[in-house]
Structures are given as C-alpha cells and as structure tokens.
Design a protein around this ligand. Structure first.
Ligand SMILES: Nc1ncnc2c1ncn2[C@@H]1O[C@H](COP(=O)(O)OP(=O)(O)OP(=O)(O)O)[C@@H](O)[C@H]1O
Ligand SMILES: [Mg+2]
Length: 249
C-alpha cells in the first residue's frame, strides 16, 4: 500500500507539471487567437494604413506571431510527456505485448538518443558506435524504450556537469548481443546499486522521477529473454548493459 501511495503521488506530480504547462500555453494561445481575430476583422473595416499600424502595435500582433510557434512546440512537448508517462504506466501494468521483428539496430539507438537530447537542457557529448549493417531480431519498441530510459538517466546524472559524455556501444558477449550505455557522471553509490531496479526507487526530487524507468526496463529486458545489468565503471560514471539473445524466445 505504501508503494501504491508513492506511485499515485509520484505520477500525480509527474502529470501535473506538463498539464499545468499545457493549460498555461493554451490560455495564452486563446487570448492570441482573440487578438488576431480582432485584427483580421479590422482589416475589413477599411481603416487607414496608419490606423492599421497603430492597431497592430496595440494588439502586439508581431510579438504574438513570434510567440505562437514556441508555444505550440512547448505544448506538444508537454503532451508528449503526458503520453510517455501513460505508456510507462501501461507497460508497468504489463498488459501490452509486442511482436518480434528484424530491424537495423543503429537507427533505433540514434533515435532514442536524439529523443532524449532534444529535451535535455545540458546536452552531453553523445558517441554511438554501432555497425550500420547490424540487424537484430527483437521487440523493437522495447529496445527503443529501454534505451530512452538509460540515456535519460545518464543525461540526468550529468545535469550541470561540464564535459558530460555518453557512449553507446554494441558488442557480442557469450553468444549475446550487448548494448552498453556508459556515462561519465557520478556513478551509483554502493548502497543504491542493489535498489535501482526496484519500482519507485528514485533519488530525484518529487516531480522529476517516478522511479519506474529502470524497473520497467528490467522487466522488458527479461520479457524478451535478455538481461539488464549495471556497474560503476573504473574510469568513473556508470555503465548499463542490455544483453539480448541472438534469437529471441
Ligand atoms: N546513469 C546513472 N547515473 C547515476 N545514477 C543513476 C543512473 N541511472 C539511474 N540512476 C539512479 O537510479 C535511480 C532509479 O532510476 P529510474 O530510471 O528507475 O528512475 P528515475 O530516473 O529516478 O525516474 P523515472 O525514470 O521514472 O523518471 C535514479 O533516481 C538514480 O538515482
Ligand atoms: Mg529514469
């Protein structure tokens, strides 16, 4: 029950952020819409050029025009965040099944990394090392989602740090294909190493992490016959390895 309470509180906070953002933006857009309509109506009333110019300034039409795109983009980002959270929750409840398909791994790694970087304030250097020709058989959506979670965590861990770097590499290990995500952040304390895959375990402030990312990723890896492991790297930072069977279950 305590875990459920934490889940509800965490998810409510997580959802509240983007939703209030969306509300704020939509209110602004509503008032912009009214002003633009006023201005357009005025163009049909045969006002002189000077009066039109004055009205344009009064209604701040030029500022509105500049503001619309960022407002819409911000709103879309907020809506995406809400949809990501809902998807995480769906996966958490385990009622979504995905089929195995053959696909090139490299584009999936690049897309996942780009998704995260697009939303990152402090963008670390990203190095992806994967042969274009490497195709694997797996549940593509799961691989994408796990990678997004790992890269997001790495970006979060290096927030505010200078010279942050993330390396994504692919190799074969004991007949398995292993994708590793390594960062040069602070790493994970010995005390937390055993807990990070637990549901709702997070060291992030309320509203910034539900503590579900790694739990969900671990379960997805397991479901497709793979493993997800973590270690602190000797050179500093942490390294996560997602290892998949060559042929899925
Ligand atoms: N690359 C990393 N470096 C340092 N700590 C990490 C790293 N990845 C995960 N952690 C630790 O593991 C915790 C759990 O990660 P997890 O992804 O499950 O949840 P979260 O990131 O806190 O929240 P969510 O992913 O649900 O938004 C994090 O709060 C952080 O303390
Ligand atoms: Mg996370």
């Amino acid at each position: 029950m305590a875990a459920l309470g934490r889940l509800v509180a965490g998810v409510a906070h997580e959802l509240n952020n983007p939703i209030s953002f969306i509300f704020g933006n939509m209110h602004a857009l509503q008032s912009y819409g009214e002003k633009i309509t006023l201005f357009l109506n005025a163009t049909e009333q045969g006002l002189s050029g000077g009066d039109m110019q004055k009205l344009r300034q009064e209604l701040q039409i030029d500022r509105i025009a500049k503001d619309i795109l960022p407002l819409v983009e911000g709103t879309l980002e907020g809506a995406e965040r809400v949809s990501d959270i809902v998807q995480d929750l769906r996966r958490f409840s385990g009622n979504q099944k995905q089929g195995v398909e053959e696909f090139a791994l490299s584009p999936v790694l690049h897309t996942a990394a780009n998704w995260v970087l697009r939303g990152a304030k402090n963008k670390p250097l990203m190095q992806i090392d994967c042969a274009e020709s490497l195709h694997i058989h797996a549940q593509k959506g799961y691989i994408h989602q796990i990678l997004v979670n790992l890269v997001q965590n790495a970006v979060d861990a290096m927030e505010g740090a200078q010279a942050g770097k993330i390396e994504i590499g692919v190799g074969r290990h004991e007949g398995r294909i292993c994708i590793s995500v390594r960062d040069n952040g602070p790493g994970i304390s010995a005390q937390n190493l055993g807990k990070i895959f637990e549901p709702f375990f997070t060291t992030k402030p309320v509203g910034q992490g539900t503590g579900l990312g790694l739990y969900v990723s671990y379960r997805m890896a397991d479901e497709i016959g793979g493993t997800l492991r973590v270690e602190n790297h000797a050179g500093g930072g942490s390294r996560f390895a997602l290892c998949l069977p060559e042929r899925p279950l």
